[in-house]
Design a protein around this ligand. Structure first.
Ligand code: PMM
Length: 285
């Protein structure tokens, strides 16, 4: 009998996996419009792979606060040619979508992981696609679409509430027939979270071990990082938040998360290497 392909890439012992973002959108907050045509998106994906990215996350819908949703046809038009263009590289490709139809088409085109920022809540068919295809499934904590999420950042205890709600989303996936070995959880930084709540979640990442599943974290270029490092109080535009992002990646590597989702991969590899070297020095003493 042929061995069944693993649903998820293995994490190297010494560092988290690094997931590079390819947003094929006109309006993502971090890089909207830069890789909007298929050829430049494929070229960008290849560049991230050359820089060492372990996974490429291809998305055709911006989830920034207030963004309007593309049609299904438009989302498919954006992502499928890019997945087809990158599948031949043998890279692990994830599809960043909340739609079951897009996820199914993406897996047929070569994606092996479904990254659903709604964690199965936006489209009731999503967990069934993961169960039927055996693809990996990232279940992110989510409380509503972009136009309404900022009003939903109200928690009694953000860490406990996010973990409890994520556990419910995970149970929904398991009930639909998804295997535990397919699942990854994500605290969903910036999604129905204030900056203070994002920092609390980062501070308490070890609490997510309760869920007993790999943890993915995406802090890259998010607005809670816009004033990190600023000495005059001015907010940096999204594409100038990579130093702050890399500093968070040090924290994520120290927390031994499964994967870090970033737009600029080199600085996160540098962050991971710093943690690896410190650990080696500690082991040598
Ligand atoms: N953040 C964004 C998009 N997709 N997926 C996961 N799993 N986790 C995240 O934190 C996440 C995500 C928003 O960032 P972008 O618009 O720059 O891609």
């Amino acid at each position: 009998m042929a061995a069944q392909a693993a649903a998820l890439p293995a994490r190297p012992a010494e560092r988290p996996l690094v997931m590079g973002v390819v947003n094929v959108t006109p309006d993502s907050f971090s890089d909207g419009g830069r890789w909007y045509d298929s050829d430049s998106a494929v070229a960008h994906g290849r560049e991230l792979l050359a820089q060492g990215a372990d996974i490429l996350d291809i998305g055709g819908e911006s989830t920034r606060p207030g963004a309007s949703r593309p049609s299904v046809a438009e989302e498919l038009r954006r992502v499928i040619p890019v997945i087809e263009g990158l599948a031949g590289t043998g890279a692990w490709i994830s599809i960043d979508t909340m739609r079951a139809e897009v996820a199914a088409a993406a897996v047929a085109a070569g994606a092996r992981i479904i990254n659903d920022v709604s964690g199965g809540l936006a489209d009731p068919g999503m967990t069934g696609v993961a169960a039927d295809t055996g693809a990996g499934l990232v279940v992110m904590h989510w409380r509503g679409h972009s136009h309404e999420m900022q009003t939903r950042a109200v928690y009694d205890d953000v860490v406990a509430d996010v973990i409890r709600e994520l556990a419910g989303q995970v149970q929904g996936a398991l009930d639909a027939g998804v295997a535990r070995s397919q699942l990854v959880v994500d605290p969903g930084l910036g999604f129905a979270k204030t900056p203070e709540q994002n920092w609390l979640l980062l501070q308490h990442l070890s609490t997510f071990e309760k869920l007993d599943l790999p943890v993915l974290v995406g802090a890259s270029r998010k607005s809670f990082l816009s004033r990190i490092g600023s000495r005059d109080g001015a907010a940096a535009p999204a594409d100038q938040r990579d130093y702050a992002t890399a500093a968070v990646s040090v924290v994520l590597a120290q927390a031994d998360v499964w994967a870090i989702r970033v737009h600029e991969v080199r600085s996160t590899f540098a962050a991971c290497d710093v943690v690896t070297k410190l650990r080696a020095a500690e082991a040598a003493t």
